[in-house]
Design a protein around this ligand. Structure first.
Ligand code: ADE
Length: 418
């Protein structure tokens, strides 16, 4: 079996971590049982490009139980958990190509190696596999049934491909499921980003001015959690509706040029590029801690900072001190890569449970509808999304009420007024 990982001897540690994560992923476990029995992915080759974590390992195990032949690579050079990658190879015989800290060339070699398996389904977190298929590996597109996409940034890229006519395969936007973005993006990012910042710095958040760039689902979650830790949270936004929502949620909202002068900690969560340029960052307070939790490392200009730095030192894992001309010091986390995975372990398994239940359902949906889907960006059917919510509630031991027949009739009628 082909693979490229850091060290196979790490497998025993990874195995236990995969087991622990799996014990928290109750909905995915139900899917595992169903997949083991019904084999909906029998003989399907599936290539995945995901953050290689203990949670993603459980998704891979579910897909394998469903009958799929798998190959897995990392969706970010810094997010791989090397012990998990080792266990996937040693214990689950899943060809895995991922090494924490791999360079750009290795990163793309790994993606290409996964595509060498000739997948009929691809699974992306950030749309790098789909992009490669549509640029350098076009001849393979005819064999592809479809793809699924995990994250907001990937979905934005796919919709841009659809709009300019480049996209040639049906794609399921897993991120658009309610049971994905309302929970993973908000509560997952909220908690794991704070975790990443704390692990990298060990600073006290209470009393700090904490600037969050972007008030989408991720920014909202992060702002809530930073406030919960006692920080004074400042939001910057470009969208008036989201900015208004932040105001009414009780946050200070102001332009970045003002916020940056007072912030102690900044975290970008926008999905966009150069939200903070070198010129913006020059106006920061001495000692600013700056991090990103968006998918790509383009949200603040890390490379630009490094270029003008008069000195750069690594003080702790994922914590660099950058001295600017004039002597001001900025503390940059994780080289601008998503800090929740670069410095912590990503979202907790309880929330990835729903995201990956969606991914597994998307793979089954693509196989069940093979040849029937036109080229488009789809959301999984609402009933599947609702079912995941229902199963999650059930796994939490929470019961809810049901509409009476009278209430159902009332909701579908119009003639009963005051
Ligand atoms: N994205 C964010 N958190 C993650 C995790 N724990 N596993 C895989 N992908 C993630």
């Amino acid at each position: 079996m082909k693979y490229d990982i850091k060290d196979i001897k790490l497998a025993s540690k990874g195995r236990l971590r995969i087991e622990w994560a799996g014990s928290q992923m109750k909905v995915l476990n139900l899917i595992k049982q169903d997949f083991a029995k019904n084999k909906p992915l029998k003989d399907i080759t599936l290539g995945a490009c995901l953050h290689v974590t203990s949670e993603a390992a459980n998704l891979m195990i579910a897909l394998k139980m469903g009958g799929a032949n798998l190959a897995l690579c990392a969706s970010n050079p810094l997010s791989t958990q090397d012990d998990v990658a080792a266990s996937l190879v040693e214990d689950y015989e899943i060809p895995t190509f991922a090494i924490k800290g791999e360079g750009k060339d290795t990163y793309y070699n790994h993606l290409n190696t996964v595509l060498d398996f000739k997948p009929q389904i691809t699974m992306d977190d950030g749309a790098d596999l789909v992009t490669l298929l549509h640029t350098e590996r076009v001849s393979q597109l005819a064999e592809v049934i479809g793809s699924s996409e995990e994250t907001t940034t990937g979905v934005v890229r796919l919709r841009a491909m659809l709009k300019d006519g480049t996209l040639k395969i049906p794609v399921i936007a897993v991120n658009d499921s309610n049971t994905k973005h309302m929970f993973d993006n908000r509560y997952g990012t909220g908690q794991s980003t704070i975790d990443g910042i704390i692990r990298a710095t060990n600073v006290l958040l209470a009393g700090k001015k904490f600037m969050v760039c972007g008030y989408g689902w991720c920014g909202r979650g992060l702002a809530q959690r930073a406030r919960g830790m006692g920080s004074q949270v400042i939001i910057t936004e470009v969208n008036p509706l989201k900015a208004l929502e932040a105001v009414m949620d009780g946050f200070e909202v102001m332009p970045k040029s003002e916020a940056i002068k007072t912030a102690d900690i900044i975290c970008t969560a926008t999905g966009n590029k150069t939200v903070l340029s070198v010129e913006d960052l020059k106006n920061a307070k001495d000692g600013l801690i700056v991090a990103n939790t968006g998918h790509f490392n383009v949200e603040f200009d890390y490379d630009g900072l490094v270029q003008i730095a008069t000195k750069k030192r690594l003080l702790r894992a994922q914590l660099e001190e950058i001295t600017l001309p004039g002597g001001k010091k900025l503390f940059v986390l994780g080289e601008g890569r998503l800090i929740n995975l670069a410095s912590a372990e990503g979202h907790p398994p309880d929330v990835m449970d729903m995201s990956f239940a969606n991914q597994a359902s998307a793979a089954k949906f693509l196989v069940d509808n093979k040849g029937k889907l036109k080229v488009d960006v789809y959301t999984i059917p609402k009933e599947m999304d609702d079912e995941i919510a229902r199963l999650k509630l059930e796994s939490l031991g929470i019961k809810i009420d049901r509409l009476t027949e009278e209430q159902k009739r009332y909701l579908s009628s119009w003639n009963e007024g005051t």
